[in-house]
Design a protein around this ligand. Sequence first.
Ligand code: M6R
Length: 607
Amino acid sequence: MCGIIGIVGKEAVSDRLVDGLKRMEYRGYDSAGVCTVHDGQLVRRRAEGKLANLVQVLKSDDAPGNIGIAHTRWATHGAPTTSNAHPHATQEVALVHNGIIENFKQLRDELTARGRTFESETDTEVVAHLVSEQVEAGHSPADAVKTVLPRLRGAFALAIAFRQFPDFLIGARLGSPLVVGYGDGETYLGSDALALAPLTQQIAYLEEGDWVVIAREGAQIFDKDNNPVEREITTSGVSAASIEKGNYRHYMQKEIFEQPTVVAQTLSSYIRPLEQTVALPQMDFDLAGVKRITIVACGTSYYAGMVAKYWFETFARVPVDIDVASEFRYRDPVLEEGGLALFISQSGETADTLAALRHCKEHGQTIAVVVNVPTSSMAREADLLLPTHAGPEIGVASTKAFTCQLAVLAALAAHLALVKGKLSAEQEREIVRHLIEAPAALNAALAHDEDIAAMAHLIAPARDVLYLGRGPDYPLAMEGALKLKEISYIHAEGYASGEMKHGPIALIDEAVPVIVLAPSGPLFEKTVSNMQEVRARGGKVVLISDAEGIEEAGEGCLATIEMPSVHPLIAPLVYAVPVQLLAYHVACAKGTDVDQPRNLAKSVTVE
Ligand code: M6R
């Protein structure tokens, strides 16, 4: 949700700032802007819409200077116009912000009463004025920031430039991520290590409440009480190459096709293939003593959690509560002392999930986190960190992170079942054998890419699409619907197939394609009965099943998509592929912006 970057450099920064924004555009693409400090002036260039528009502006009107800040925006307060684009500036100060200043209205009224005028509708601009007031009154930039930060409520990562001080920038964070990058005679600020990947791999992660002064020779970090502190400098594993599109047309397509590799990579950290056992990281709590699990996540990660609920309950017989993070705290959940709370997130920065995590921590829960960014806030606040190794996921629609989450969750469920005595060693070996088959099965599913591309035109004209599944395929139906709506803008819903007859079946007519996920197995016949209820009412069905299922129930369907025959445990991983590919090809057929769909952002760091 918004990406920010700052460079105190030895040479011109404008191109490098834009390059950093390019790698953060997945965080938002409503507008972009840069501001450099040059010849005693703040040189600001902004443009609404995609970064390409800012690049055009800079072509005709460059921003010279060796120090600067930049921003790519996901709009919260104020429309995505140029005047609302960051950096926001006064005569003395320019700043970029990721987060929301919740008390901005009160601050704005106060500033207006003191005669300050505003040029945007944003919450951010008040911060520029508050800092500016202090500087204009003769305080040093550091003192100005020190005075203003305690006045801000909400979440922020800030990078601030000062007209009269061309040698340093000030950054601050609370609730939104901010890193410091250390280069050769240069220092950087960024929303994440990805933004700084070509500049440096030497990264320090600021902690909640930290603020920092960065200069060419390094950074001075202060904690929330203004005490100087050291934050460990780590070498980031993110390389610039890992975020290239390669020969693929879209990041999403590349990420779908990476799944066999990254799932194998992830599994290799959680299983011992020779012994055929699960290997989890060391934990300093009694997993066998866990009596209840609370799973909290958002979007696709939530659907991974829904699949995991089946596994935890079936294998380990441990009851699971699952909530979308945005609702979790507000229902005042009953959290018994000693419970395990499990958070699932690609980014590890999703504000709703992070707030739920902190709520659970305050209420005595042990915190387990399945996360793709090992340096994220969630990862750092976990008691048990279970990283996925999907690599950077750039496409806004989550794909490879999902299947990697499922791989980790299956291993965790099996291990929990083992330590609880619900699974024998032989049964554990059997589960591990099935998990080992997953990468090959994903490859076999991907082999149907062309068939799926060829049938996308059947779905592309639809206004509404329904997805049906039963058991662990029900969350997959919801995931399929989410993928389709977010990148093709077709209204889609996922239902438990047995629930159709309780209402949604009224929607069925020839214009509403129904995608049925039904691997053969114990639930197959029941799902097929629900599918026939749809067909009896003129519904057009696309059946996704294996050869056996298609042989049995494929006749008369609008289309069928054949998946390899797999064990039910890995079916959710495998069936993720056709729903991802279907959404992808429908979006391509419709010509929408696959990697940067409208109104969305990759990392949702506001509540
Ligand atoms: O980074 P997270 O996994 O916490 O993100 C959660 C959701 O915002 C995310 O899954 C979102 O729904 C994706 N756009 C789905 O494709």
